[in-house]
Design a protein. Structure first.
Ligand SMILES: Nc1ncnc2c1ncn2[C@@H]1O[C@H](COP(=O)(O)OP(=O)(O)OP(=O)(O)O)[C@@H](O)[C@H]1O
Ligand SMILES: [Mg+2]
Length: 251
């Protein structure tokens, strides 16, 4: 599904490297958790996979289903099934959430060669997915993310993911700001999408999320590189010991 090889990247208008030789492979159907201290490059990695313009890849490659995506812009990547749930979802004043979802879903369907949904079909799907995520339909009439609480924004991201049915889902700290019930609801939403032809990159600081979304692999990102990979037990170890030892061993 995803193969990242020796990736080096920096913010476009600076010299500072943020990713420094990152290697990561995620198989079809795999849930890979990414953990790591603040500032280690997790969100940067998610932006670069999604194709955000402000970053520049200076070396290495990102292969998605065997083909490099570095030359594809963000819209092309999204059309091919790459999805990013942002750590800080963007507010879009003036665009009703419902309208945004319909446009996004229909352009995704178009890219897959499927027909546009009629309004009643679209509404049926949104209602069903929103109900699963305990999102009130009233909220979806409001401009996207504007005035949404932290947890509501995160749920709206997962709603978008559920509707778009992407193949590679990158979730950047989707658990942060969620109350205990919402954490379970969101995790159930992710688990419902688990499938042999869909992969997840779950970025999180907390082992707790991984009790609900059980990962196949856990990777530690530090200073722009993966310094340790393991099973879900690695997350438990980090919870107990912190990062110091693993960082020390990698140095
Ligand atoms: N536009 C930018 N200009 C300068 N530095 C940047 C920029 N974007 C990111 N960085 C720096 O790159 C490093 C990695 O940032 P990133 O947001 O990827 O970290 P993170 O691992 O997601 O951290 P957190 O756990 O706090 O979310 C940080 O030191 C950050 O300050
Ligand atoms: Mg981050």
């Amino acid at each position: 599904m995803l193969e990242i090889k020796n990736l080096h990247a920096r913010v476009a208008d600076t010299e500072t490297e943020i990713l420094r030789g990152l290697d990561l492979t995620v198989q079809d159907g795999e849930i890979a958790a990414i953990m790591g201290p603040n500032g280690s490059g997790k969100s940067t990695l998610s932006y670069i996979i999604a194709g955000r313009q402000d970053y520049e890849v200076t070396a290495g490659d990102i292969l998605y289903n065997g083909e490099s995506i570095l030359e594809m812009d963000a819209a092309e990547r999204a059309a091919s099934g790459v999805f990013l749930a942002f750590q800080y979802p963007l507010e879009i004043p003036g665009v009703a959430t419902m309208t945004f979802l319909k446009t996004a879903l229909n352009s995704q369907r178009k890219a897959r060669g499927e027909a546009e949904l009629t309004t009643p079909d679209f509404l049926r799907r949104v209602k069903s997915s929103a109900a699963d995520l305990k999102i009130e339909m009233e909220m979806l009439k409001r401009p996207l993310n504007v005035g949404f609480s932290g947890g509501e924004k995160k749920r709206a991201e997962i709603l978008q993911m559920a509707l778009l049915e992407p193949k590679l889902c990158v979730l950047d700290e989707t658990d942060s700001g969620l109350d205990i019930d919402a954490l379970k609801i969101v995790a159930d939403g992710v688990n419902a999408l688990r499938s042999t032809d869909r992969s997840f990159l779950v970025i999180t600081h907390y082992q707790r999320l991984l009790d609900y979304i059980v990962p196949d692999t856990v990777h530690v990102l530090y200073k722009g590189r993966i310094i340790r990979s393991g099973t879900k037990d690695l997350a438990l170890q980090l919870e107990n010991e912190g990062y110091a030892q693993i960082i020390g061993e990698a140095a």
